[in-house]
Structure formats: structure tokens, C-alpha cells
Ligand binder design. Sequence first.
Ligand code: AMP
Length: 749
Amino acid sequence: MSISVGIDLGTTFSAVAYIDPKSKSPQIIPNREGKKITPSVIQFLDGEMIFGSEAEDAYNAGEPNCVATFKREMGNDEPYCYIDGVPYTSEKLSSLLLRYLKENAEEVLGESIKDAVITVPAYFYSREREATYRAAEAAGLKVKKIIDEPNAAAMAYGLTNWRENANILVYDLGGGTFDVTLVHMGKNGELSTITTRGNHQLGGRDWDNRIEDLLFDRFESETDLDLRSDPDLSAIIRGMCEDVKKNLSVMTTVKATASFPNFGRASVLISRQEFEESTSDLLERTGSLCQAVLDEAGITIKNVTDILLVGGSTRMPQVSNYIQKLFGKKPITHVNPDEAVALGAAIQSSKKNTEYASLSVQVVEGKKVTDRSKSGLNNFVAVKPAHKLDSINSLSLRETTAHALGVVAVNDEENCYYNEVIIPANHPRPVRAAKRFRYYTSSTSNNTLDVYMVQGDNPNPTDCIIPYKYVVSGIQHVNKGEKIGTVIRVQYSYDDNGIIHVQARQGDSNRDLPIRKDDAPRDISKFGHPINSADNKRDSSMGLMMNHGGSGGVIHKYKAVTFSNVEWEKYDNIPVHPSGAEFNEPTIHVVANEKQIEFHGYNVSQMDEGVTYTIDSNDDFEIECNIDTSTIQPHPGGFLKILLGIISANLNQNGGNILLDGEGVAMVGSKFNLKMSLSDGGHYEVYVDGKLVGSKVHETSGGVDVTFGFEHDSHCCSILSHAYISNIDMMQCADSGEDESAETPTWDD
Ligand code: AMP
């Protein structure tokens, strides 16, 4: 027969549990030594691996090649350690430990393990969860589900202490991580996690470090030895810390004795009071996270029915005292913190996984949040008396997303990046949601779109975590007049394990585009800077309005070039003209197919030749101008000329003709909107006031001229007086507006 198990893969200890077929209740599977928990420590010795207590003893004695607390670096691809020159990541070490736990449990029970539920800190990001998943699979385990440690503990507790309508705060302080989770006991044994916060760099180890400081100070003044700078002597102190800490949980003063080579024995005293004083800031940090959870859930301290302490470090009396002070009630301590998580995981291992839920969001003060109206959390109805549930079947768990999930997008004003949340935090999972974005394609370059995933709900992406960049490829080139660009639907799935998947489709296609997952760049500071900051410095009178016309939201590959408020005076204000007239010399930026081109619109020395920019005929290019020629005072016989390849507009104060390949296609007055575009290597289109007035395919090899300026018999000069640069290659939401219920339909894998 084969069984399912629940595994608490702890930073300091691990435990395995299963559902005992006789009692139908969760039971810990002891290790070969008969102990219910196994230290998460490995020693590499003479080509062999030693796990558990023996390895821990060696570790504490400062023996070489011992590794502990590697879970803290889960998801980090850098080696956690080198053993005999061989690199080991946290994932690899975890897989070795999991294999040991698996084989141990199989041997003790005489059963093979079919699949396993593995627990992780609630605040683990997708990256750490994926690493845990891979570690378990590499250990020969089939992962049934990854669940959060506090939820597992709450399940184990709820099985025997079900209190309908209760809000339980699970305070989980382990060896390396701290999580605080609010769970709600609903009807019919449904346990819902409401919200969670945590810090996976805060745990018992930090308390050990404070003891270490105290011990170093004491022993140094006792012995006059420089213990800190001697690695062997430091190892002696380090090896004592955890024991001293644990003893302080039961004694008010602990005598620590050590023997130093060439010195002999020395003893020092550490009191619980001084230990508590030196660690009070650590407790405060846990308290702030508790408060953050309540704020996020919209409840107050008095709405918390009980506080459940889990994790080995909650054995320190300071934790219960602090909680009692903070909440005005004694926390529940009768759950065995070492076992509860594995027991809960075992209960979950007997259950089927849930189906994807559809997104349920509300927009509150412009921020997308989970719609919790159905959670029962805020009903504040009387809590029913505690009772034991009939069986594990009467209990079910509804987990939530710990982090909001978004993409780096460009705001409507197109001047800064922001985090466009797709799935809010604390949403029941598994959940799937899609969003539409526009992307500007190019006919000449590979159309790849970078989707920067954001974990967190701070609007500023740099205040969140960007775990990955997803590079979407295979996008078809689309470039048609007003509808320039294409829509890309991006779908996020937050699966049962809290692992995130990304898919993308173009337009209405039902085929997923190829996606490559890349590490996010180390430096994401650019997402905190204004877009085009260089351009913003330019004289604002030279700036121009962006063309928002009809594009909705966009993912910009490049921006159409837009001119507005063209005033002939600009020409006449150029400062140094041979005739003595004053001129401006505007600096022009144009973007076509991602290429940024900077050139000067008027160059006095080239006055007789004019200045014309030449683009490649394969460039997709668009110019849009809001023209008002009434201010033009051209030289006699001269005219304003706007030209893109075979399209040209020749204008005086009263307007003029628009020509396409030499043929007039429109007569215009002095005020009108003109748009000219070139796409697909020779497809010209010209629009007047939004109406297509002419189009022609005219393939040209080589260059195509773009001119904006004044032409006269004696001289020709081009003043591309208002242009805008953009190298925005980010996403801008196409599903904008208040109506968040108009969600983009999702699709199955
Ligand atoms: P966990 O990750 O939940 O297994 O918790 C392990 C952490 O609990 C380690 O930092 C231990 O030092 C700490 N711990 C275990 N027992 C005690 C105790 N009696 N007093 C203080 N800390 C303890």
C-alpha cells in the first residue's frame, strides 16, 4: 500500500505526518530514533551524508561540512555552501533532506509514499515555492500540494477546536521565518485564510544572535580573550547560543560555561530579563506585522477571537507575554508548535485540490482589493462554542494569495511606471486573471514583449519585488493606421501551491505565445524614475501633446510622432540668422522602430539646403499634427511643407493642398488634424481630421524623407519643431477605467 504524507520542511526542524488508517486522525511518523521531529541539518562526512540529530550535534560542535538553516535561502540560485568544492544550493540541500525524510518515513511505516503535501512559510514568494516544489520532486516525492505553514497549523488546531465565526490569528515564529495569518472559521468546517504578512528573514536565529552578542561580551570581559576574532573560539560561543536561549525559556537565569584552549573553563550568567530587553525590538517587529494584518483585513484587535502560537520560538515566554499585552488575552499555547504544521499538512494530504476561482475584486479609493464581502469575516456574529469536528472530512481549507500580483505598466499620462495589479493580495486561490495590453509592433525587428512581474501592491514597482521578467515572443506584426499596434492578453494564474504561471495571447487568438522566463534585472531603479526625464527637461514650449487618439491603453514599442500648436513664429525666432533675424534651433527627437534619432530641425549653416530627416523605407513611421496655419507669415512665395515620402502638405495661412504621390487628395483650411503614416515597407496612408483621404503602396528601396518646414524659391529649411521622443517599451493597460468588473476572459492551460 502507498500513503500520502504531510511534510513540515522547517528551517530548524522537520516533521512528517500521515492519516493513521485506524484512528483516521493525523499522526506524526517518528524518525528512526523514535523522535517526532528531525533537525534540518546535514553533515557531509567522508563521502556520506548524515542527517538530523547527529548532524546537528556535529554542527553545534563546530565540525566542518555541516549545513543548517538553508531554507532561509530557498529560491536563491547562488550556492548556499561549497562542500569539498562542490556547490550546493538551498534547493539541492532541501531535496537531500526531503529524500532522507521520505526514506525514513517509508522505512518506519513499511509503506511507500505516494504523494506529499509540503508546507512553506505563508510569505514565501513564488520563486521559493517553485524551488520547494522542485526540491521535493527531485527527492522522489510527488507533490500533491504546497500549503502555508500557518494554515496547516490552523487546520490541526481547528480539527479539535472548531469555533464557527471565530477569527484566529496564527502567530508563527519559527527558526528562520515569521508569519502572521488571520484565518476565519466559517460554516461547515470551512477554514479560510483572510490575510497574511511575514518576514522570512526574522526568526529564532535572530534571538540566537542576540544571545551570541551577550555571550561574547560576557566571556570576553571574563577571560580577556579576543573571542570574536578567533574563528575557533567564536565557534565555541556560537555552539552554545541556542541552548542558552532555550534554557532561558524555562529558567530566569542561565549559567553558561565554556572551555577555551590555553585558558580553561569560564562561566558567565545571562538573565532572562536582559535577554528580553536585548530582543524587544525583534518582538516589536512581529507586533507591527500583526497590526498590518488586522489593518489589511479591516478588523481591530477586539475582533480577534484567539491567537494561536506556532513555531518553536513561541516557546519563549516573552512571546506569550507580548501577545497578551498586545491583544489583552492569553494566546492559545496548547497546540504543539513542533507538530501542528505537519499534522495539518497530513490532513490536507487526504483532500482533493481545488478548482480555479474567478477573480473577485473591488476598487476602493482607486486601489484594487479582494472583494471579501462573502468571507463572513466582518459579520461579527457570536462565536459558537468550540467542538471537535466529526472527522477530517468535515474540515476544508481555502487559502489566499499572500501577495498582489501585477505588471510594470505605464500610467495614462505616460510619464511614469506603476504597478498594474492583476490579482490582488489575499484573494482565494487558485485564481486566474487576464488583462489586455497594447503593443506596438515593428515590421523589421523581432517583436518581443517584456512582461515584468510585480509581487506586492505598492503602486511604485521599486517598492515591490520583481521576481521575473517574462519575454513574450512570436507576436505578429500589426500596423494599421489609427489602430496601430496589437492587443496582447496577459494571463496570470496563482495556482493551488501559490506558484505563479504566466501566459500571453495575441488579439483573439486561442494559441499561447511562446514565453521565456528570465531573471528580472538586478537594478530596477528605472521603474522608479519618470519616463523620458531627459525630454522633460526640454523647454516646455517645445513639448508636444501625445497622441492618445483611440489607442486606449498601449504597450509602446515606439511612439507615433505628434506635432501640435505649430506656430510659424518658431521659424522667425531662430537666434542667429545670416539676415539678422532671430531663430530657435529646436532639438528634435523622433522614434521609429525603437531607434531614437536626435537631430536639429534648423541648422543655420545648412539653411540653403534645408534639413530633412531620412528614414528607412522599412521603418514604420507616423506623424500626426494639429495644424493651425493662421499664424504663418511666410516669405512671399514660400509655404509650409510637411512631407512623409510621397505624401506632402503645402500650406499657407489659409491652408492648402494635400498631395499623395503628386496627386491632390484633399484641400484643407487653416485648422485641421493631419496624420501621415508609412508601414509595411511602402504602405502610405494620409488622414485629415481622422478620415482616410488617401492610401497608396509605393515601395522604395533606401531612404524616405520626412520634412517639416518652410520651403521657398531661394531656400528650404525644415523645422521639425515639435517632436516627442519615447522609448517606452512597457505596457499600458487597455482595460482601463473604473469598471474593474469588465475583466478579460481567462483561458485554461
Ligand atoms: P521551527 O522552525 O518552528 O522548528 O522553530 C525552531 C526555532 O524554535 C529555533 O530557533 C529554536 O531555537 C526555537 N526553539 C525551539 N524550542 C525553543 C525553546 N524552548 N525556547 C526558545 N526557542 C526555542
